[in-house]
Design a binder for this molecule. Structure first.
Ligand SMILES: NC(=O)C1=CN([C@@H]2O[C@H](COP(=O)(O)OP(=O)(O)OC[C@H]3O[C@@H](n4cnc5c(N)ncnc54)[C@H](O)[C@@H]3O)[C@@H](O)[C@H]2O)C=CC1
Ligand SMILES: O=C(CO)COP(=O)(O)O
Length: 345
């Protein structure tokens, strides 16, 4: 039995706590809202986020120092914008060196840093080697119902990736390992932009052809940027790449798809975000990816179009027209040269 503190009691933190509790671990689910901790402990429900009974063995905490007492593993699962703040709070409390697993999917606008880089910066007790990312096609709603799910855990320290694999692995939650932290984080973060696009396309009334095009050409953009930043291009063919793109672009569970769908139907972004009541990471990540693409001179036309929609620079229909009328080109030319350059490095 491993003592694990799960920091972030939203849908994903709750679902992953259930996996850990099913595996017999001592799970402390921390929330920054006292009334939520009291509610979970008295009712074993967290229905603001998930319609599911939470196992009695999971205890919710409001005091972070109590949640962290003696833990061997910390699972960070707050939205990207809260990562620095939560890491600073943890850093002020812990005096030991736990394994840090994070399941957050985003990039910080401005700094353009991945979540593991933010953790590494803020937590002086841990090194980059102690950090593991967990990502893949995994809607909290299905994980909480114990429906078959596969994810990948990545760390530059193989041993820590295996610790995470053993912690979560069970008969309905299959966990693969990888050493490509950059690829696994970027795949999970960038797919949210494309999921917004898929939702917008559906909201506009376009069909499956348009969505398949977005998924496939979106994958090309993700691979282009990711490989430029040092990811292994093969990672984008895996669960945290194409797997997560498929699940997020095609499922009504996806917050990013749902937000995009409402935008495509003509709703205002602020209204949409208020209606969602949960984090829509793609809205922030698209700012970061757009800045990256401009800075590094990487061609990302879908990302650019979604950035323009989110920032009310262009209307969704105009962006579709712009994408369809770009210059003619060969489908695989840039990806082929990307692989060639990688081989000659
Ligand atoms: N929901 C899902 O199915 C999945 C979500 N993710 C990722 O997990 C991360 C969290 O997502 P969700 O759980 O869906 O979000 P959510 O919106 O359901 O919950 C976020 C939780 O974080 C808490 N929080 C926000 N700011 C905080 C702060 N400053 N300090 C402490 N707690 C704070 C909120 O109170 C809330 O309980 C995101 O990066 C998301 O992309 C990844 C895979 C699946
Ligand atoms: O990352 C997810 C599934 O793998 C969840 O995506 P949403 O945040 O769009 O719901």
């Amino acid at each position: 039995m491993t003592k694990v503190a799960v920091l972030g009691a939203g849908s994903w933190g709750t679902a992953l706590s259930i996996v850990l509790a099913d595996n017999g671990h001592d799970v402390r689910l921390w929330t920054h809202r006292k009334e939520q901790a009291d509610h979970i402990n008295s009712t074993h429900k967290n229905e603001q986020y998930l319609e599911i009974m939470i196992p009695d063995s999971i205890r919710a905490y409001y005091e972070l120092k109590d949640a962290l007492q003696g833990v061997e593993v910390i699972l960070l699962v707050v939205p990207t914008k809260a990562i620095r703040e939560v890491c600073q709070q943890v850093n002020a409390i812990i005096s030991h060196k736990p394994v840090i697993i994070h399941a957050t999917k985003g990039i910080e606008p401005g700094s353009l840093k991945r979540v593991s880089q933010l953790i590494d910066e803020e937590m002086t007790q841990v090194t980059y080697e102690d950090i593991v990312v967990l990502s893949g096609p995994s809607h909290a709603e299905e994980v909480a119902q114990r429906q078959p799910t596969t994810v990948t855990v990545a760390s530059i320290n193989e041993n820590n990736a295996k610790v995470a694999q053993d912690l979560f692995f069970n008969e309905v939650f299959r966990v693969y390992t990888s050493n490509d932290v950059i690829g696994i984080e970027l795949g999970g973060a960038l797919k949210n932009i494309i999921a917004l696009g898929a939702g917008i396309s559906d909201g506009l009334g376009y069909g499956d052809n348009a969505k398949a095009a977005l998924i496939t050409r979106g994958l090309a953009e993700i691979t282009r940027l990711g490989t430029h930043l040092g990811a292994n291009p093969l990672s984008f063919l895996g669960l945290p790449g194409v797997g997560d793109l498929i699940v997020t672009c095609t499922s009504v569970h996806s917050r990013n798809w749902r937000a995009g769908n409402l935008l495509g139907k003509g709703n205002d972004l602020q209204d949409v975000l208020e209606r969602m009541g949960m984090v829509v990471e793609g809205v922030r990540t698209v700012q970061a990816a757009y800045q990256f693409a401009k800075k590094e001179n990487i061609e990302m036309p879908i990302t650019e179009g979604i950035y323009e929609i989110i920032n009310s620079v262009k209307k969704p229909k105009d962006v579709v027209e712009q994408l369809m009328n770009r210059d003619k080109r060969e489908e695989m030319d840039d990806l082929a040269s990307l692989l060639r350059n990688r081989n000659t490095r």
